[in-house]
Design a protein around this ligand. Structure first.
Ligand code: FAD
Length: 417
């Protein structure tokens, strides 16, 4: 009997944890697992937030990809060229190919800074930066260390983005950082967003807006950035509003991986992959599943979401191979620590159907929700250890379930009809 071939595209958060969970589920004699990635640097992306403030360093948040995968997983280092859905084959750069019985797409989201006029033009990496990749976060550390006063804008060009709270955390940490350096009164901080509030979820949005105000960060809403004029030091919106800056921190437009666009039938216009939001099966083919940021599901693009998707994904691959009905198991569960500066953080927990509410997580005795605390800050710092040692290896984290818990949470008032 020949082994079933599972090919996983991407060895980031989702690809790694899915591969390790599947390896535990099926013996190598029954299922052969191959994971493809274009490079060998697995970045702990939540750590990028801390690099510009000197709180961590690029070398502390990067590990080789192969070391995160079980030894009975075949790690293929190659650039994916395209997928032929009719032939069940992945084509890699260099004219090699990988046939599959089941394909798992885990190639995440890609930054598209060139899509915004001027963003990578004059001033890029001199006074216009992003902290969403290693090079940008590292360069920003130097620029912040040299900054001795003026206007800093933090701008989200458009949604969806990875970790939608990260730009807000960046503002809170910048307030802390310049206070520590004793020059906060010389630094004007402005958060510029295309949303009509600080965040998407109404309860959290109100709280986050009041925190920005308390910390003296100006909020500019409904600003759709058309041009970043690095030389002139201004953001210009499509409706001709302007926000001046001396230093800009921009979160660029995101899209799915480029090869998705070269794979007929696989992706949408942004190269994300249309996916059933509860089973994680793609709309393209029954034998194609999707995990993490690559999916077009209406959940946050976050490592926590990717982690919670893991269990449903591997169970449904098992059901598919056994010819059984799939489970509608994923509920959109997301939780995010929101670093708020001065050694504190908040935590929010929500899913497709429920907004973040106050209370505790994961039960009545747990971390405080929608409230700043030192405990949450420690939770955020400890998460890096859990990421490498528990989440990526695909081990259960004690007390943490993939579905959103309601114990310990305040009830939300039913909307008036
Ligand atoms: C600044 C920042 C802060 C964040 N903070 C948090 C946080 O606090 N909490 C949280 O839960 N999440 C956070 N996230 C989000 C989290 O890191 C991502 O949601 C998560 O890593 C998604 O996992 P993924 O497997 O979908 O994608 P990734 O982990 O990005 O992996 C995708 C992989 O696909 C590979 N790939 C892509 N195209 C190709 C190709 N053509 N050929 C070969 N390989 C390819 C890439 O090299 C990459 O390794 C943050 C992200 C950023 C940028």
């Amino acid at each position: 009997m020949t082994a079933t071939r599972i090919v996983i595209l991407g060895a980031g958060t989702g690809g790694t944890l899915a591969a390790n969970r599947l390896r535990r589920m099926f013996p190598p004699s029954q299922v052969q697992i191959s994971v493809v990635d274009q490079d060998d640097r697995h970045v702990y992306q939540p750590g990028l937030l801390f690099v510009p403030f000197g709180l961590t360093h690029p070398e502390d948040i990067v590990r080789p990809r192969g070391n995160q995968l079980h030894r009975d997983i075949d790690y293929v280092r190659a650039h994916i060229e395209h997928v032929d859905l009719d032939a069940d084959v992945v084509h890699l750069q260099g004219a090699t190919s990988l046939p599959y019985d089941v394909l798992i797409v885990a190639t995440g989201a890609r930054l598209l800074p060139d899509e915004t006029e001027g963003l990578t033009g004059p001033g890029w990496m001199e006074k216009v930066f992003t902290f969403y990749d290693l090079a940008g976060a590292g360069a920003l550390e130097g620029a912040f260390a040299r900054f001795d006063g003026g206007r800093i804008v933090v701008n989200v060009v458009d949604l969806p983005i990875k970790c939608p709270v990260a730009p807000l955390e960046f503002c809170f940490l910048a307030d802390w950082y310049f206070t520590e350096r004793g020059i906060r009164d010389r630094v004007q901080l402005t958060y510029v967003t295309p949303l009509d509030g600080a965040f998407t979820k109404p309860t959290a949005s109100k709280l986050l807006a009041s925190m920005l105000e308390e910390k003296g960060v100006d909020l500019v809403t409904e600003f759709n950035t058309g041009t970043v004029d690095g030389a002139g030091g201004r953001l210009v919106s499509y409706d001709d509003r302007e926000v001046p800056f001396d230093l800009a921190v921009v979160v660029p437009l995101h899209g799915g991986a480029e090869y998705v666009g070269r794979s007929p039938g696989l992706g949408d216009e942004l190269n994300f992959v249309p996916t059933d939001q509860r089973t994680l099966q793609s709309s393209a083919r029954p034998n194609v599943f999707v995990i993490g940021d690559a999916a077009n599901v209406p959940a946050s693009k976050a490592g926590s979401v990717t982690h919670f998707e893991g269990e449903t994904l591997v169970e449904n691959v098992r059901h598919f191979l056994a010819g059984e009905e799939l489970e509608a198991g994923f509920d959109g569960h997301a939780n995010c620590f929101i670093e708020s500066g001065f050694g504190k953080a908040m935590l929010i927990d929500f899913n497709y159907d429920h907004e973040p509410v106050p209370g505790h997580y994961p039960g009545p005795i747990g971390l405080p929700l929608l409230k700043e605390s030192r405990l949450n800050h420690l939770g955020k710092l400890m998460f890096q250890w859990f990421y490498w040692h528990s989440l990526l290896p695909g081990r259960e984290i004690p007390g943490i379930n993939p579905t959103m818990p309601s114990a310990g949470k305040a009830r939300v008032a039913e909307p008036a009809h």
